[in-house]
Design a protein around this ligand. Structure first.
Ligand SMILES: Cc1cc2nc3c(=O)[nH]c(=O)nc-3n(C[C@H](O)[C@H](O)[C@H](O)COP(=O)(O)OP(=O)(O)OC[C@H]3O[C@@H](n4cnc5c(N)ncnc54)[C@H](O)[C@@H]3O)c2cc1C
Ligand code: FES
Length: 279
């Protein structure tokens, strides 16, 4: 069992949990994830390690409420226990000095990109971070990202804070404006990552994306996280989650992500009916 040390509501639908997990904290590297099960009957879900503290023996995850498991996670408080936690999983981000790195984060990806931006910064790169949210009240970790970036570009869909619009527009301005970019790394929702890859392709900028297909075991055994990259079949949990965004078969990924949508909706409705009076 894994104890929750801290629960923080970052914005209305995105939450942070700091979990006691010394063995994972001792080995975590940027870009890696854990697979957790909230309770005995629960499903296994992958979550990126958004931060870790080896001395305290803790890891931090940041998650958006989308279905049953993330609703269950949201209901937990400091002192509560999580049944299973496995990690760190996946290949870590390759950190090296390349020049200028654009680190992109949307939704939970704002947190996931932070350790990558930090490590790239420590490696001597110029880090330009670009983050987005629908509205100002859905932005978080602005200061944290600013502290590990040479430049932070913020964009909101409704224009309530900083620039108005979405990440691909900001990328277009950045690279179209003649800035030399050596690598872009994007984490967040699939659609945003796909658009980022489409935007950088004509400019020939290598673009790494963090794929988030449905996962079960997280160790390459079940085949659930199968993706197609450059015509080759890959398992995101062991070959990724980072892949070359210009080679990803996005249509296949999006189709496979939606394969259980009706069951996920049914599961959420059942859970809400059973727990309507508890929250
Ligand atoms: C490597 C990796 C890292 C991730 N990191 C984060 C993170 O840091 N924060 C965060 O909020 N989300 C992250 N996700 C996505 C997260 O795992 C799903 O949002 C979560 O599993 C949804 O579970 P649910 O029961 O709440 O929703 P469900 O009702 O099960 O599903 C809602 C949506 O989530 C997707 N999903 C469902 N089950 C899984 C699964 N087992 N694996 C992946 N996607 C699934 C479905 O495509 C669906 O669109 C990550 C996914 C991967 C693969
Ligand atoms: S999650 Fe089972 S093979 Fe990747």
């Amino acid at each position: 069992m894994y104890k929750i040390l801290l629960k923080e509501d970052l914005v209305p639908n995105i939450h942070l949990l700091k979990i006691e997990a010394p063995a994972i904290a001792a080995k975590a590297q940027p870009g890696q994830f854990v697979v957790l099960r909230v309770d005995e009957p629960g499903e296994r879900v992958p979550m990126t390690i958004a931060d870790w503290d080896e001395e305290e023996g803790s890891i931090t995850i940041v998650f958006v409420e989308v279905g049953t498991t993330t609703r269950k996670l949201e209901s937990l408080m400091a002192g509560d226990l999580i049944t299973n936690l496995v990690g760190p999983l996946g290949l870590p981000t390759h950190i090296e000095k390349l020049g200028t790195i654009v680190c992109v984060g949307g939704c939970y990806g704002i947190a996931s990109i932070m350790p990558i931006a930090r490590a790239m910064n420590e490696a001597g790169n110029k880090v330009i971070s670009v983050i987005e949210a629908r509205s100002k009240n859905l932005l978080f970790w602005e200061d944290k990202l600013r502290s590990v970036s040479d430049q932070l570009i913020i964009t909101t869909g409704d224009g309530s804070y900083a620039a108005k619009g979405w990440i691909p527009e900001r990328i277009k301005e950045l690279v179209g404006g003649g800035n030399k970019v050596d690598l872009m790394i994007a984490v967040g929702c699939t659609y945003m990552m796909m658009l980022c890859a489409e935007t950088t392709k004509p400019f020939g900028i290598k673009t790494i994306v963090h794929l988030n297909p449905i996962m079960v075991d997280g160790t390459g055994m079940c085949g659930c996280c199968r993706v197609s990259v450059g015509g080759a079949t890959k398992f995101a949990c062991v070959d990724g989650p980072e892949f070359d965004g210009h080679l990803v078969d996005w249509d296949l990924l999006i189709a496979r992500q939606g394969a259980y949508l009706s069951k996920e909706l049914y599961s959420l409705q059942m859970w809400e009916c059973q727990n309507w009076n508890k929250h």
